[in-house]
Design a binder for this molecule. Structure first.
Ligand SMILES: *Cc1c(COP(=O)(O)O)cnc(C)c1O
Length: 466
């Protein structure tokens, strides 16, 4: 399978090149040249497969001969052996909904599903190409810890994660700083998340530094992350009772449009998903787009679901490319319109096309709290605040579409990761899994550093030159 850029400015590249590139050199995002499809009969055959084999069947379609089957099988097995359940992404019945728990990986959030695999894939490709990679990223919490756990102890990779000192949750900080592997560097910066992002951006703009030190990014635009996330939509189908499999809908708590784009791909591949319901918090740029057809930048507001406090959805361009019938020039015109005016609008034909696939709800903090409380009172199940945005959206959708069949809500984090919001909703903090409780006593390592690009650069050079 070859990969192309949404902006049409590169020659098709191999899967391996697409993964190592991250972002296409013309500024676009990478996509497979064609979307592989499964027939209805093939989808039934997939229902027999345990998770790792399901992943192998799906990944193979996107990778082709670029990675030998045995190697790919081993990469997948190593990636999901770190999950605490054999099912990897179990589906639970909660009231009249299904909740798919994506948080059984090492950092208790769904990003592990993709980043456990990406870490192994990077290590494999780097060894093959005899090169190394130094990942630098800024985090407000979830992505940093999942990335660190994805690459800890891997050969030929170092990771430097900048986080705002004193401004990430205690669990998130410990999940990062308790990783003592030699290739992991935690930098607590004396500033906020925006300072961290600015520093990383400035380091990447220093092209000589970037080249000489083999810098790479961790963010949700790497194709392998989308590919890994497609699998759990198929797994949801497999775990549904047979009668509920026809035309189910999936609710996705959304920030960067990565998770829900994977769901859209699964639908295009032939999985009978009826509707993808996009849940946002008060940061509602995607909700407004789905309601009105206009994508326009707002201000980032802090909410109870901080991993969705995002305005610019970095994966949205992938969907826009398909919406524009894979026409890179039309896509580029839209991107240009957005860059100059902070706004882009689609015409009524495209709008109609989009509403066949997507519905959306915006969920305020108050509704997040009410939903956590209601579900807990009725069923005893405790939602995290991100998952609660999805469940709230599902309840609204159910009222509007009473005859619709099954609704699967993706649970993106374990409630113990966000105990304050849960306690605010139900009056007691959620039960803490032993692995999270144990974090408190673990030794940790981080370096406190000024929020200054030159200092961070000197730090990185100092570590890499020894
Ligand atoms: C990252 C994250 C999201 C948003 O996922 P996107 O792929 O950016 O849409 C939702 N919930 C949690 C807990 C997350 O960590």
């Amino acid at each position: 399978m070859k990969y192309i850029s949404t902006r049409g400015g590169i020659d098709p590249v191999s899967f391996n090149q697409a993964i190592m590139m991250g972002l296409a050199s013309d500024g676009g995002l990478l996509l497979p040249e064609t979307i592989p499809t499964f027939s209805a009969a093939e989808i039934e055959d997939l229902t027999e497969l345990p998770y790792n084999q399901l992943a192998l069947a799906i990944f193979s379609r996107f990778i082709g001969d670029d990675i030998p089957q045995d190697d790919l099988r081993r990469l997948i097995e190593n990636s999901y052996a770190t999950f605490s359940t054999k099912t990897v992404v179990p589906l639970e019945r909660v009231g009249d909904l299904y909740i798919q728990e994506l948080f059984h990986g090492p950092t208790y959030a769904f990003k592990d599903v993709a980043l456990q695999f990406l870490g192994n894939l990077f290590e494999y490709l780097l060894a093959r190409e005899k090169r190394s990679l130094n990942i630098i990223g800024a985090t407000s919490g979830d992505t940093g810890s999942a990335a660190i756990h994805g690459v800890r102890g891997k050969a030929n990779i170092n990771i430097f994660i900048l986080y705002p000192h004193g401004k990430v949750s205690a669990v998130q900080e410990k999940q990062m700083t308790s990783v003592l592997d030699d290739n992991v560097f935690n930098l607590a910066i004396k500033g906020n998340f925006d300072d961290g992002q600015r520093i990383v951006k400035e380091l990447f703009a220093d092209l000589e530094f970037k080249r000489n030190y083999q810098l790479g990014a961790v963010n949700s635009i790497n194709w392998a992350r989308i590919m890994a996330q497609i699998v759990y939509y198929f797994s949801a189908y497999n775990q549904l009772p047979v009668a509920a499999r026809k035309d189910f809908s999936v609710v996705v708590p959304t920030g960067n449009f990565g998770n829900i784009f994977a769901g859209w791909m699964a639908k295009e591949m032939g999985l009978p998903i009826k509707r993808l319901i996009l849940a946002t918090n008060a940061n509602d740029i995607l909700y407004r787009f789905i309601k009105t057809g206009t994508y326009s930048l707002g201000e980032v507001l802090p909410t109870l679901s901080p991993s969705m406090d995002i305005q610019l959805a970095s994966n949205f361009e992938r969907y826009l490319y398909y919406l524009n019938d894979r026409n890179p020039q039309q896509l580029k015109n839209m991107v240009a319109e957005f860059t100059t005016s902070g706004k882009l609008a689609i015409n009524s034909d495209l709008f109609k096309k989009m509403t066949i696939d997507f519905a959306s709800t915006r969920v305020e903090d108050q509704a997040i709290l009410t939903t956590i409380r209601d579900v807990w009172q009725k069923t005893g199940y405790i939602l995290d605040p991100h998952t609660a945005t999805g469940v709230s959206a599902a309840q609204e959708y159910r009222v509007k579409h009473p005859t619709d069949t099954a609704i699967v809500c993706l649970a993106t984090a374990h409630p113990a990761k966000f105990p304050d919001a849960v306690e605010q909703a139900i009056g007691t903090p959620p039960p803490v899994p032993p692995a999270i409780a144990a974090l408190e006593k673990l030794p940790c390592r981080f370096d406190l550093i000024e929020a200054d690009t030159a200092e961070v650069k000197a730090y990185v050079m100092g570590k890499l030159n020894t």
